[in-house]
Design a protein around this ligand. Structure first.
Ligand code: ATP
Ligand code: MG
Length: 388
């Protein structure tokens, strides 16, 4: 009778021919997450993954594994040989432990007979084992419609018995869907955007624009802190820091005041695109959400897009602020995001920004400045941080 963690992999199980690729990535992500915690092995068995190791480490392991994308739920189980005698002993133990930790009054046994050679059919196993529980563990009743807990029996090469399902985030393992460069400000939205794209398997790098010394070192530290929290989910993040003070000064001196925001956003995109292409990154990611601020109108987004050729992913585009904040709280970036430090975008902020910019007007304004040279200069002074 051994204790193991079982891991259910949801969407990856549907991957057909590519399944092995996704599974291998997931295993490598899981290994990274539980590095330093003692375990003996990770193995696959008919649609799920299992970790063998010291039971004492299960709790910290679950805490880390929950944050690995691709993982739908985790269950601490007892693994036994698949015969009724062993299953019977295991199910009594599972229920006794359950009752001492997190007691329930009602249960229902659910058997999944994956190994069709097992001679007894699922409903029959459930019925027998329900009886075993009723006879051996006190204070329990069966409730087939609305049980407080299910008692699961998976019959495969071995039999696995468990009651708990601890939810992960699902999604796909980071690294299975290309690379993205996240435009990371110090705000609430961009860390959430990075989280959501990483959840779809995108490997994340970050880029942050600042106007030091007009913006403070503390504002920089805040962005690094956000990247650090994000890296718990995404794995290590390479963060590029770019000073755009000179660009902002130039725009402020030579372009219409009400276009400042859209003009600086076009610079951010161009710089980000260059960094992305130089580093084999396939797309940019922003925390923009339609209509949230003046620059995030369809016209504003179109004029921003027109500055670059690289795809721009905007996973928050259809979310309300309340929904974004909910995720920010869940992933624990919120408290850091709301710290009141300065941001480069508030510098030279126009009083009345253009809400429906026209590309022709914006391109005309840009004729007054040397776009290429400003970009080159900004990139020449890039700072690179390895966040983990
Ligand atoms: P956030 O909460 O992410 O700061 P926001 O609601 O403040 O977003 P904007 O300031 O218009 O909205 O920024 C929209 C997006 O542009 C951000 O989500 C981010 O992806 C990018 N961005 C804005 N400022 C910066 C910056 N200083 N460095 C890097 N990216 C930025
Ligand atoms: Mg912002």
């Amino acid at each position: 009778m051994d204790k193991v963690l079982s891991i259910s992999i949801g969407e990856i199980a549907l991957k057909g021919k590519n399944r092995k690729y996704f599974e291998d990535k997931l295993i490598s992500r899981m290994k990274k997450a539980i590095k330093g915690l003692d375990y003996t092995k990770i193995y696959k068995e008919q649609g799920k993954m299992y970790i063998e190791g010291a039971e004492d480490n299960f709790e910290p392991m679950i805490d880390k594994l929950r944050k690995v994308f691709g993982l739908v739920y985790i269950s601490p189980c007892i693994r036994v040989e698949k015969n009724l005698e062993e299953i019977e002993k295991a199910i009594i133990k599972v229920m006794e432990e359950r009752q001492s930790k997190n007691p329930v009054k009602t249960f229902k046994v659910k058997t999944n007979r994956v190994d069709k050679n097992f001679p007894i059919k699922s409903p029959e196993v459930s019925k027998k084992m329900g009886g075993v529980i009723l006879r051996n563990v006190e204070g329990l009743k069966v409730d087939i419609h609305n049980p407080e807990t299910y008692v699961f029996i998976d019959i495969k090469e071995n039999a696995y018995i468990y009651t708990e399902r601890i939810e992960g985030y699902g999604g796909l393992p980071v690294g299975t869907n290309g690379k993205g460069l996240l435009l990371l400000s110090g705000g609430i939205d961009s860390p959430v955007a990075g989280f959501l794209m990483a959840k779809r398997g995108v490997e994340i790098s970050g880029i942050h624009f600042h106007s030091y010394p007009f913006t403070s070192q503390r504002a920089e530290d805040k962005v690094k802190k956000l990247a650090e929290i994000l890296s718990i989910y995404t794995g290590k993040i390479k963060l590029y820091g770019i000073n755009i003070l000179e660009i902002q000064k130039e725009l402020n001196a030579k372009c219409p005041e009400d276009e400042m925001t859209i003009l600086s956003r076009r610079f951010m995109m161009r710089i980000a695109e260059k960094i992305a292409l130089d580093n084999d990154i396939d797309a940019l990611i922003t925390g923009e959400s339609l209509g949230q601020v003046a620059s995030q109108t369809i016209q504003g987004l179109s004029v921003t897009n027109a500055a670059v050729d690289i795809p721009i992913l905007r996973p928050l585009i259809g979310l309300d602020k309340v929904e974004i904040i909910e995720v920010a709280k869940e992933i624990e970036t919120y408290e850091t995001s709301i710290l009141p430090y300065d941001d480069c975008c508030t510098l030279f902020l126009p009083k009345h920004p253009v809400i429906k910019p026209k590309l022709a007007d914006i391109e005309k304004s840009e004729e007054a400045i040397d776009v290429e040279k400003l970009i080159e200069k900004a990139i020449a002074n890039v700072e690179v941080y390895n966040i983990r």
